[in-house]
Design a protein around this ligand. Sequence first.
Ligand SMILES: CC1=C(/C=C/C(C)=C/C=C\C(C)=C\C=O)C(C)(C)CCC1
Length: 483
Amino acid sequence: SSWDGRNAVVFDDYVPHQQYLMVIANQNVSEYSVDDPGGHRHLLMPIWAYQMAAGYLFFICVIGLILNTIVVIVLLNDPKKMTPLNWMLLNLACSDGIIAGFGAPISAAAAFHCGWPFSHELCVVYAMIVSTTGIASITTLSALAMLRCKLVVQKHVHPPNRISAFTNHSVRLQRHQAALLLTLIWSYSLAVTCPPLFGWGHYDREAGHISCSVNWELKVVNNRSYIFYVFAMGQLVPSVVVVVSYFSILHVVRKKTRRRDAAEKRSTVMVAVMIGAFIITWTPYSILALVEFFSDEQTVSPVWATVPCIFAKTAVVLNPIIYGFLNTQFRLTWEKFSIRFLGRPGRPYSGQLAATSSNEQPQTRQLADFSPAGRLTKILAQSINSSSKTRQNLSSPPCLVERQQQQEGEEKQESVLIDDPNQLPSPSLISPASEATATRLSNPCVGMVGDEQKEQPVSLEIVRYLPNADLHRIRMLHPLGMY
Ligand SMILES: CC1=C(/C=C/C(C)=C/C=C\C(C)=C\C=O)C(C)(C)CCC1
């Protein structure tokens, strides 16, 4: 070779019995490199690039761990509310948490060290774990898209009013289905990422040597066929599932635009946003992998190859932010959780009847989505709206009123914050059927439950926030009975 001892380095590239000649042309040796046989270190990227990568990965690690831990705690805090959607969110939070808690710190340490300082075994374990969680995330999102599609299409075929009461069965059924779905998701991901352990494909250090992944560059048939397999299973299959599911959803929702479906639409939009975030964060990495796969020589510099690799990890902080903004039930659970454990409401009381999001406008709109009981809650919300005008003169603590409805295996939930429980309408405003239930409450924060449609049990939960931070909570159930 033309190695002059300064610009070229021979090193063992982890592939047994293979030696690679790496030529680093026109580079200042003090800034670039790998360990050469003489023990000299040459950095592959400028120091500033390693430092920036280390800082970003550290940020992903800390913020990702905090946010995903909050998601897990908040979701598990109320196991009764574990709908299929929430099981999938929990799964995503776990896989994101694994990347934030394991992948990001190892990669940050490698960046801090300006090259992979760990063993080849850890490189393989790292690549396996990061790629398995990445594939598990995209598979979970596809499963979510399928679930949304199933729900929307099923609703179209059997409108809710005609569905018989099987809520209690469906809750149990949902648990089994969720467990089966989660097992399938992780088995599928492992089926994609395990083959290199058995000799099909290779895991290796990646650009800048701050992480490890499938060796996208190695031009041997065994490796190339494995890359085809990874792309088919990790990109093609999930994309087809997502596209088909969302086209079906669009096809159905274009035909029916009933307001009662607003909650379903919100969940469908949230899943679409999560899929969008995944696509945005992983597409640069996919493109890099394809470029490396198709190009004959190293066309992407280590610095540019490192960017998509660490950008893909951004997905782990985006998902919790998306739930926080778009999942009413998640926000509500967080609201309750923060009141109960942190001794404060999740967000400041504005002194108005408030929905669970500051940008969600009139509560009557939200609550009206939940017919048949929605009719009564609407009365409640409207009454409170009018009472809030006299709010300044009132001294009672605020109430968080939460409604939840189990329907078609999908639990929906809304809440309102009420400044003054004393201003709630009297039970006489309520329909006779619900009056009995309402008058059972001795708390001034009176709730109402509609009883027009007996096959759809409705629960009303009232949580009262007291000035001394104690929580006074009343659960009121459908008179016929879930509780
Ligand atoms: C998850 C997706 C893919 C595969 C990614 C893999 C195998 C990643 C492995 C390790 C990484 C990123 C380490 C970084 O530190 C495809 C196949 C690229 C498609 C998109 C989704």
